[in-house]
Design a protein around this ligand. Structure first.
Ligand code: SF4
Length: 311
């Protein structure tokens, strides 16, 4: 039987490993997309949820060893939802020694006033929030705005756009803001939500519930999230493969005539991007592309072979 000390040591070891993985994921995303440059002042949007706490902590930890100098300022928008626990974030941020601002704007009343009873409030609410955050970033002299969306958010958005929007479009790790004045970055773009959940639980972040506005959760997003979670359980590696697919787009094998000159294909042209060979069954790898087994969630090989119906 393990004694308490052994369990604590093991927990600490696992937490260190998890933090290392999150740091590695964030570091890779920052490098791949050139998210942070010398002298950047980054506004870290802190909602009080697990994702934004994790983003802040990992960015602070990377800041200590990064080859470039940058500063962070945490910003929370208090939208005046009834019951918003105003003391939680200031207490936490002061204890951590993080520079911060709490912005108070009563978007809750505006949304309640403008959106008819029974209609979804999120789109007006997030438009208002976005405008305020862009304005505050400019006022604070920030060069980047960091949002806490992670890999699973990005994939969910991809599927939502495919299922309901008729577009092959996800959520970019880096983009120009709608007003053309800010660069928005998503440093958690390569991080798995399940790692963030475990990290946040281990760190015991003081989470602020996100249902204070009384809005219904986005049902379509929930359905897609459940679908992805189910796939992740039943087909280990599928999520990683799908995310890799977002980084390996082959326009010549899709059907967007604005991305590839299909009309210009003529006799005598060279084969483009592997021609049709990519569809040969035999060429599909047994191991999903981009999948790396981690000790704690490496699937049992026999289960994988069952899924693939290989005995
Ligand atoms: S859940 Fe509430 S606070 Fe969040 S975007 Fe929707 S209306 Fe706004």
């Amino acid at each position: 039987m393990q004694d308490n000390q052994t369990v604590d040591k093991k927990e600490q070891y696992n937490l260190n490993k998890l933090q290392k993985r999150l740091r590695r994921n964030v570091g890779e995303a920052i490098a791949d997309f050139n998210m942070i440059e010398e002298g950047d002042r980054i506004m870290v949007c802190l909602s009080g949820g697990k994702d934004s706490y994790t983003m802040l902590e990992i960015l602070r930890s990377l800041q200590k060893s990064a080859p470039v100098n940058f500063s962070l300022i945490a910003v929370n928008l208090d939208q005046k939802q009834p019951g918003f626990p105003e003391h939680i974030l200031p207490q936490y941020l002061e204890a951590q020694g993080v520079e911060y601002r709490i912005i108070e704007e009563d978007t809750y009343s505006i949304v309640k006033d403008k959106v008819p009873e029974g209609k979804t409030t999120c789109s007006l609410c997030s438009r208002l929030r976005r405008g305020i955050l862009y304005r505050v970033a400019t006022e604070l002299g920030c060069t980047k705005i960091a949002l806490g969306h992670h890999r699973d958010d990005i994939l969910q958005t991809l599927f939502l756009n495919m299922f309901y929007g008729g577009k092959l479009k996800g959520m970019p790790p880096k983009l120009m803001s709608d007003d053309g004045k800010q660069i928005v970055i998503r440093p958690l773009a390569y991080c798995r939500e399940k790692d963030i959940i475990r990290f946040s639980e281990a760190r015991q972040f003081p989470i602020i519930p996100c249902n204070l506005c009384g809005s219904q959760p986005n049902l379509q997003r929930q359905v897609v999230a459940d679908m992805l979670r189910d796939w992740d359980k039943r087909y280990p590696g599928r999520i990683e493969t799908m995310f890799s697919a977002m980084q390996n787009v082959v326009p010549s094998h899709l059907a967007d005539i604005s991305l590839f000159d299909f009309k210009g294909i003529k006799h005598g042209d060279a084969v483009v991007d592997g021609g049709d060979l990519a569809f040969d069954r035999e060429s599909l790898p047994l191991q999903p592309v981009g999948w790396r087994a981690d000790e704690e969630d490496a699937p049992d090989l026999s289960a994988r072979l069952d899924v693939l119906q290989i005995k």
